[in-house]
Design a protein around this ligand. Sequence first.
Ligand code: NDP
Ligand code: 13P
Length: 340
Amino acid sequence: MAKIAVLGAGSWGTALSIVLADNKHDVRLWTHNKDQALEMNETHKNEKYLDTIIPESIIAYNDMKEAVSNVDAIVIVVPTKAIREVCQKLTTVLMNKPVLIHASKGIEPNTLKRVSEIIDEEMPQYIYEDVVVLSGPSHAEEVAQRQPTTVTVASLTEEHAKYAQDLFFNESFRVYTSDDLIGIELGGALKNIIALGAGISDGLGFGDNAKAALITRGLAEMTRLGVALGAQPLSFLGLPGVGDLIVTCTSVHSRNWKAGHLLGKGYQLEEVLNQMEMVVEGVRTTKAAYQFAQEENVDMPITKGIYDILFEGKHPKEIVQQLMNRTKKDEMADIFTERK
Ligand SMILES: NC(=O)C1=CN([C@@H]2O[C@H](COP(=O)(O)OP(=O)(O)OC[C@H]3O[C@@H](n4cnc5c(N)ncnc54)[C@H](OP(=O)(O)O)[C@@H]3O)[C@@H](O)[C@H]2O)C=CC1
Ligand SMILES: O=C(CO)COP(=O)(O)O
């Protein structure tokens, strides 16, 4: 059995800790909030984030140095905007050389870095083994109830992807491997933009046809950007692509869908984010993908429309009109290579 520190005690960090504890690993769940660590150790609950009893074998820590002492693996599960800060702290306290696994889904605006690139940038590579990404259709609420879930892990080395697969794999949590680190990270990040769109569409009162269109054409533009950035196109047909699009665009659990739904109902972005108690990764990732698409000269009309709603104050109905009235085209034209 492995000794594993999970950094980030929100809904996803807690759910992944439960999977690892079910697999009999020694799990240390680190939070930057002292009261939350006390609550979890005393009550075995993390009420703000998950409506589930946490196995007693999971020990919560507020001291990162203690949490990561002599661990074999570290799972980083904080919002993308907190990755740099957590890696900087980790660099000062890490004594051995664990495998790093991350399960965060975002791209950083301005730098346009994926999470594994941020980790590489913030941490000297001699203090960790490798970075593995874990991604796929996996709402924390269902994982914590041991409902059947499938995800994909990817890294630059097969050995470390397989290691992560072994750590998490169990009868309700099926883990596949992939060698496409870029595609698996981008799929999980970019689908959040489309989930915002699906929520907006529902908030406007549109039905299943509009949502199916968003998912399908969203997949086309995710794939276009991904391929331009070096991802394998088939990865977008897998769990972190189509799978995660379906779950996030159609589930009441999705934070991105919920935020989009409020936007579609007419709330302003600031009001929406004030109402959400959990991270809505799609907002920052929309900015990053919009910047990326401009830089790479890739056509991403849905992403641009959502960018305009979020950051340019455009009304969602105006964006729907724009999207529907784009130039006529062949559905599969330049599906992977289209440039503006
Ligand atoms: N929830 C889900 O079902 C899934 C989420 N993900 C991804 O996992 C990542 C985390 O999401 P999720 O758990 O849902 O987010 P939540 O909003 O549920 O929780 C975020 C957690 O990170 C903590 N945190 C925020 N900033 C920092 C910081 N600077 N240092 C340390 N801890 C910090 C928060 O602490 P505080 O309470 O103090 O704010 C909170 O404990 C995201 O990238 C998300 O896309 C991926 C798959 C499924
Ligand atoms: O990535 C997720 C499920 O796979 C979670 O999505 P939300 O952040 O929209 O809840």
